[in-house]
Write a protein that binds this ligand. Structure first.
Ligand code: SD4
Length: 335
């Protein structure tokens, strides 16, 4: 298999007139616009999984599904997938959504004991006339579709939950730490993988996957599986995704709002800021003590982000500059 570096070298040799198969040269050219962006520092790993699809000319939809699958199974942290912290009663329940730029979408919420909620969400999109399945029904559908049921709560997450139960204090907190510093039970009790991609044909897609807030009430659903709140994609304009305290995104349809702001001519980061300003305008006091992060891409592949508070980072991967981790601007100054 050709490595990414070799690929870059080879494509520049094409310009120097060396003989390569015509399809290879076309492929290299069209892949210039492919790009994938993801929330948080673990987005780097997720982007790499997605990039394997994009670099071969694959679709944005396949890319974001692969990226989210990586986060759900290979990454082990307290807020996404199999290593996530459970709810107040000790159940690990997962939320995910997927959407493409033509408006097709699917999601699952409060799904238990299934490793890849993002792929179940895609099946909801492709195999049913519905958009969203929840709880026991989502699990039943997953099993019917061939997904294996398996107990997902890790011993570490169980231990953290048992510790938490000693005081049982539940309060959503803002995450101002990079996730690599997050350990179960510390103050960073929520983070989500939100991923947006544009492929070689200019098609957009997005995916969002999370275990939601640690110690949440049983049955609590955040923004991540709600189309328009945690994720929204429109090929005509761009796409946006969110991380942070999901209730704020739901109240303001934040991802949809960011896309609509791009439709009105704002850049991706201006659009994220405008959506956050709406949140601040509605609940100014509350917004000082919780984190909301928005990430966006427009149809030209330009990306941007904004968060309420300092500390949000996002990962970008593309043909030109490989992988990089960028700091988001914030509404409230550091400290
Ligand atoms: C939720 N938005 O369930 C998710 C959690 C999260 O960063 O993103 N945290 O509310």
């Amino acid at each position: 298999m050709i490595s990414r570096r070799d690929w870059l070298k080879t494509t520049s040799l094409t310009g120097a007139g060396l003989l390569l198969p015509a399809s290879f040269a076309v492929h290299a050219k069209t892949n210039q616009q492919a790009r994938v962006v993801s929330t948080w520092d673990f987005g780097v790993g997720a982007n790499q999984a997605a990039w394997q699809v994009l670099r071969n000319g694959g679709s944005a939809l396949d890319a974001v599904e692969q990226g989210a699958r990586w986060a759900e199974s290979d990454l082990c942290n307290a807020t996404v997938g199999r290593c996530g912290n459970p709810d107040r009663d000790g159940h690990l329940s997962l939320d995910a959504s997927i959407m493409d730029g033509d408006g097709r979408c699917g999601s699952v919420a409060a799904l238990e004991d299934i490793l890849h909620p993002i792929s179940v969400a895609r099946r909801v999109m492709e195999k049913t006339p519905h958009v969203m399945l929840v709880g026991a029904g989502a699990q039943q559908f997953a099993v019917e579709q061939g997904f294996q049921k398996r107990r997902l709560l890790t011993p570490t997450a169980k231990k953290a939950w048992q510790e938490w139960k000693k005081e049982s204090k539940y309060q959503p907190q803002m995450n101002v730490e990079r996730l690599s510093k997050a350990i179960p039970g510390d103050k960073s009790n929520h983070d989500t993988l939100g991923m947006l991609a544009i492929d070689s044909q200019g098609r957009l897609a997005g995916a969002c996957t999370t275990s939601g807030m640690a110690w949440k009430l049983r049955g609590r659903v955040g923004d991540s599986p709600i189309i328009g709140a945690g994720l929204y994609v429109d090929n005509q304009v761009g796409a946006a995704t969110a991380s942070g305290v999901g209730e704020e995104m739901i109240r303001n349809a934040a991802s949809f709002l960011a896309v609509e702001m791009m439709r009105q001519g704002k850049s991706p980061s201006e659009a994220c800021l405008a959506a956050l300003e709406r949140i601040v305008q509605k609940r100014e006091e509350a917004s000082k003590n919780l984190q909301v992060c928005l990430l966006a891409i427009n149809k030209h592949g330009e990306t941007g982000a904004y968060a309420l508070h300092h500390g949000f980072v996002y990962a970008v991967c593309d043909h030109d500059k490989d992988e990089r981790l960028l700091d988001s601007a914030s509404v409230y100054a550091k400290g």
